[in-house]
Ligand binder design. Sequence first.
Ligand SMILES: NC(=O)c1ccc[n+]([C@@H]2O[C@H](COP(=O)([O-])OP(=O)(O)OC[C@H]3O[C@@H](n4cnc5c(N)ncnc54)[C@H](OP(=O)(O)O)[C@@H]3O)[C@@H](O)[C@H]2O)c1
Length: 317
Amino acid sequence: MVKLLYPTSLTLNISDLEGFSVSLHPYDVKEPIPEDLTDAEILITWTNTASNLKDAASRLKNLKWIQSLAAGPNDVLNAGFDANKITITTGSGLHDHTVAEHALGMLLLAARKFHEMRDYQTKSPPEWPQHLGGPQPDRPKGSFTSLRDANVLVWGFGNIAKTLVPSLRVLGANVTGIARKQGVRDGIEVYAEDKLPELLPKTDALVMILPGSDATKHALNAERLALLPKHAWIVNVGRGTSIDEDALHDAISTGEIGGAALDVFETEPLPTESKLWGLKNVFVSPHAAGGRPQDAERLIAENLRRFLAGQGLKNVI
Ligand SMILES: NC(=O)c1ccc[n+]([C@@H]2O[C@H](COP(=O)([O-])OP(=O)(O)OC[C@H]3O[C@@H](n4cnc5c(N)ncnc54)[C@H](OP(=O)(O)O)[C@@H]3O)[C@@H](O)[C@H]2O)c1
């Protein structure tokens, strides 16, 4: 019988996977796969160590399908599995709500300056940030103080973006998207990257939700940062490699843009020597947006049904 290995690094409701003609086997994502399981055809991964995946790539000779529960399974892609023999599917869709919520929180932080208020609270002695309180001008020109009427550009318009958009609209933002293919999606104009020179100068907040790949490496570079208005904020909940961090540091420290709220970094954890830590208008979030796949059993069961029926799988890389 086909063996399916599932990780014990999260609690899966395994009874949802029963009834298929496969045998289900738990495994430890931090240890080499036990010898009696190396003939498995299906591997579910979540937070596996690099050594576990490298070992699995060399010893699981019958493997046909890997279902990662991460939306961006860079760990699996870098482990040396034979891409000609093995289908890799992502956990895209399992993190939509958590990451969309985090992105919304970061946008509100940027507009409402919660980070700056907290900075004043933790001064010794604490200080009342008078400039942020009391009567304020309503959405002064050349500022990002509210999502109402703000131009929000979402770069990487996939599942997470589509979950975020309704909240942005409800708060009155004008949302535009960038993806590989242009067209209207969920009522939003989505353009290809060639439109960036026109869109970036009008952007109040740029939300990056790009996957990590060679094609997206340093997608946001010095040249593109220079096109943004001085008050613009960046939110990144995709992958850190999509932003040139040196260029970002320079753009923020010279006042070329307003600031950045970042959940992902080129190197994680963000090294203590990173210059980003020291910038007042940089908010560091420790890759906290996702990290808790929701309804994973449903995706695994759907793909398992398709796998056993010889049909195409969902979320193939
Ligand atoms: N911070 C966290 O904790 C966390 C959690 C989950 C996910 N993530 C990251 O978020 C990423 C997106 O997740 P998702 O579920 O929304 O993925 P998704 O549904 O696959 O969407 C990815 C989007 O990126 C676009 N894209 C891909 N390559 C591109 C390129 N070279 N240039 C421009 N656009 C490109 C795609 O364009 P098309 O639609 O035209 O193909 C698509 O719109 C994941 O890959 C993962 O790295 C982070």
